[in-house]
Design a protein around this ligand. Structure first.
Ligand code: FES
Length: 229
């Protein structure tokens, strides 16, 4: 979720689902664990489209948070981060410092840290969470895109990470607005180094369907190849 190479720390956000993560959750502060990584690719934003609509759902939130912090350092891009969750968000939320007219009034809360960094953020939830747009995060994305004039829309690209249904919906949004879109796929991984082929996804290329490993060939793929029309 976050990294500071100078200070030498990394931060993970995870849900303790399954035996591996349940074991990890039992570790005490200062305990040493071994780690292999980083592996695979990352988001590669298109420099010609400086407005990045970053859509995150559930456990897909950390990579998008990470990207937003990295983009902040680059200064070239203007990210807007939309997050969806059906359980309370696991970090501090806060009020928006200045109104963003393109966002619905119901999405009044922001991620406090992103707001402090000057990054626009908004939240969505179907669980009736206060200050969150009542609906899917991809519906909120659509609402935001609908407000943009054509001359701003051509500067937008989409990135996303979350459950498959959310990714599919994000790909549809990208297709409807004719925007490039990169999606980070979640998949169960046995080896994590490309050896077991347990994490493959079909990609729809012009030459036909090819199978790719999420762990080393991904996790980021073009939305049109993941979810063709
Ligand atoms: S997890 Fe083994 S190939 Fe990806």
């Amino acid at each position: 979720m976050r990294v500071d190479a100078d200070d030498g720390w990394i931060e993970f956000l995870y849900k303790p689902i399954g035996t591996g993560l349940a074991q990890l959750a039992k570790r005490a502060p200062q305990e040493v664990v071994s780690l292999l990584g980083p592996i695979g690719n990352g988001f590669s934003p298109d420099a010609t489209r400086p407005v990045i609509l970053a859509i995150a759902g559930g456990v897909g939130i950390p990579p998008v948070y990470f990207l937003a912090e990295a983009l902040r350092a680059q200064r070239h891009f203007e990210p807007i981060v939309l997050m969806g969750s059906e359980v309370p968000f696991p970090f501090a939320l806060g009020a928006r410092a200045a109104p963003v007219t393109e966002l619905p009034d119901t999405a009044s809360l922001t991620v406090a840290q992103l707001e402090e960094w000057g990054i626009v953020s908004a939240l969505a939830s179907n669980a009736g969470l206060e200050g969150c747009y009542p609906g899917h995060v991809t519906q909120l994305a659509r609402r935001w895109l609908d407000t943009l004039p054509a001359e701003r829309l051509v500067n937008v690209q989409i990135v996303g990470c979350g459950p498959h249904a959310m990714l599919r919906a994000a790909a549809e949004v990208a297709r409807d607005f004719d925007l490039p879109c990169q999606l980070a796929v979640e998949e169960f991984m046995a080896c994590g180094v490309g050896g077991c082929a347990g994490c493959i996804v079909p990609l729809h290329k012009p030459e036909g369907v090819v199978m790719k490993r999420v762990c080393v060939d991904g996790p980021v793929f073009d939305s049109r190849e993941l979810y063709p029309a």
